[in-house]
Design a binder for this molecule. Structure first.
Ligand code: NDP
Length: 294
């Protein structure tokens, strides 16, 4: 059986970062504007520390200013809100990202909705979610944007494509479904109560898997030739080793699909690249200048 084309998210993300760097150079040259991204980390979660370090490194690499705020795990909600308010008014800061998850004493929704929507580069603020849902200009969550970029690269025009999104979270499933609707896909959103999930997935020309269940989606669920975008990042023990796998059973899906993202190296690298892309859009928007082409 023919093997699927592997969608190289790492290479695509590198290309996007190059285009972002070009846009940053244009903003500096034409408008004396250097986009700035502030990342706030509360506590010492090891995975979050790695993410924050990578975000800061890549922010600087594309020529933007990076501001890091590391707060103690015991930080109160009021202290975090005060920092967000301060960043909202800081003219050097065009994007604000509060790394999730937050400690239990802090109301995550309250923090996200305190970020100025114009600086909400994670796209989680209720105003940006509402703008996306109503087709208005919005800052859109990074991972969903990355998924759709990869799907368009693999399939070309998505108009009329039957897309099935497995997962309905506010950070992946719902925004990716909204973006696919904007691309004129026929969108089905599946979740834990969906009946006959394999049958639903089998109808899809494009499958976006955002479930958080290791290797749940099997090759015999996939329509031959379909494009499979696997958002899942799951750490499992295999052969006595800790290993990362997606929500799709890669080996069986790759035998049937037309194209597929690997884990790691598929959707994952797109997230930070799209964050930088969003920061350029935010900086241009705040300055009232056209966003350079990226
Ligand atoms: P959530 O746990 O918030 O949502 C999971 C969704 O999957 C829910 O809508 C849930 O349905 C659905 N679901 C769970 N079990 C089943 C099942 N057996 N059958 C069908 N649907 C099911 O996860 P996230 O959206 O935050 O993340 C999904 C995955 O993507 C995770 O592996 C995460 O690590 C990864 N991820 C990767 C990112 C990246 O690449 N940078 C960024 C963000 C996430 P219901 O609503 O009914 O409970």
């Amino acid at each position: 059986m023919a093997a699927a084309r592997i969608i190289d998210g790492k290479a695509f993300a590198a290309g996007l970062r190059e285009r972002v760097a070009g846009a940053v150079a244009t903003l500096k040259k034409q408008h004396d504007l250097t986009p700035g991204l502030a990342v706030v980390l509360v506590g010492e979660d090891p995975a979050s520390q790695v993410y924050v370090r990578n975000k800061a490194k890549q922010t600087v690499e594309v020529g933007m200013n990076s501001f890091e705020h590391r707060l103690d795990a015991t930080t109160s909600e009021a202290e975090l809100l005060a920092l967000v308010e301060q960043l909202n008014t800081d003219s050097a800061v065009h994007g604000i990202l509060v790394q999730l998850p937050l400690p239990d004493q802090i109301d995550t929704e309250k923090v996200i909705n305190t970020i100025d929507p114009a600086k909400d580069v994670d796209g989680f603020h209720v105003i940006n979610a509402g703008r996306l849902a109503t087709g208005q200009h919005a800052l859109v969550a990074c991972t969903p944007v990355g998924c759709v970029m990869l799907a368009k690269d693999a399939l070309g025009d998505l108009s009329g494509v039957n897309a099935v999104v497995v997962g309905r979270s506010n950070i992946v499933g719902k925004p990716v479904a909204q973006l696919l609707l904007q691309e004129h896909c026929t969108v089905t959103i599946a979740h834990s109560r969906t009946k006959d999930l394999p049958g639903v997935v089998r109808r899809a020309d494009l499958v976006i898997a955002a479930v958080g269940r290791p290797e749940m989606i099997k090759g015999d669920w996939i329509k031959p030739g379909a494009c499979v975008i696997d958002v899942g990042i799951n750490r499992i023990e295999r052969d006595g080793k800790s290993t990362l796998v997606g929500d799709c059973d890669y080996d069986t899906c790759a035998k049937v699909a037309g194209s597929i993202t690997p884990v790691p190296g598929g959707v994952g690298p797109m997230t930070i690249a799209c964050l930088l892309h969003n920061t350029v859009r935010a900086a241009s928007g705040i300055a009232g200048v056209a966003t350079p082409k990226m």
